[in-house]
Design a binder for this molecule. Structure first.
Ligand SMILES: [Zn+2]
Length: 142
């Protein structure tokens, strides 16, 4: 799943749980777990470093827009949850940068220990768009 989708979903998870009274550390930890769940949904993944850079910039841009939108009062939780949800993909960006090989990846959904089903761009773009849209709605209304 794309970094930007992980970031928005992680932010939505942390904000929702924190608003429900869950301690901040647990809310942020749950954001990391959303990475496993999202990677288990069949989706498209890019395979190039330039695409990874665009996706990373998109993640920062979306979180920055949300922080500036006035929709979110707890911007610390927005950024922490967003980072926690996306952080496992830093190793994938390193793979695309050729800083490490895929064999050095450690996150379970990146090593094959947990499911990570892939789809071609079409229809594989649909799940990330739907998940990101749902996460944005959650952030809007939490
Ligand atoms: Zn991942």
């Amino acid at each position: 799943m794309y970094v930007s989708v992980h970031a928005v979903t992680g932010a939505a998870t942390a904000l929702t749980l924190e608003a429900a009274g869950v301690p901040a550390a647990l809310a942020v930890g749950a954001s990391v777990l959303t990475h496993v769940i999202l990677d288990a949904i069949p989706h498209h993944d890019y395979r190039t470093f330039p695409a990874a850079v665009v996706d990373l910039a998109l993640a920062f841009g979306i979180l920055q827009l949300l922080a500036a939108s006035g929709w979110v009062t707890n911007t610390s939780m927005l950024w922490l949850g967003g980072f926690a949800g996306a952080a496992p993909d830093l190793e994938i960006i390193a793979v695309h940068w050729r800083a490490i090989s895929y064999a050095r990846a450690r996150f379970p959904s990146h090593t094959g220990r947990l499911p990570h089903p892939q789809l071609p761009f079409i229809p594989g773009i649909l799940p990330p768009v739907l998940v990101a849209g749902l996460a944005m709605l959650v952030i809007r209304w939490v």
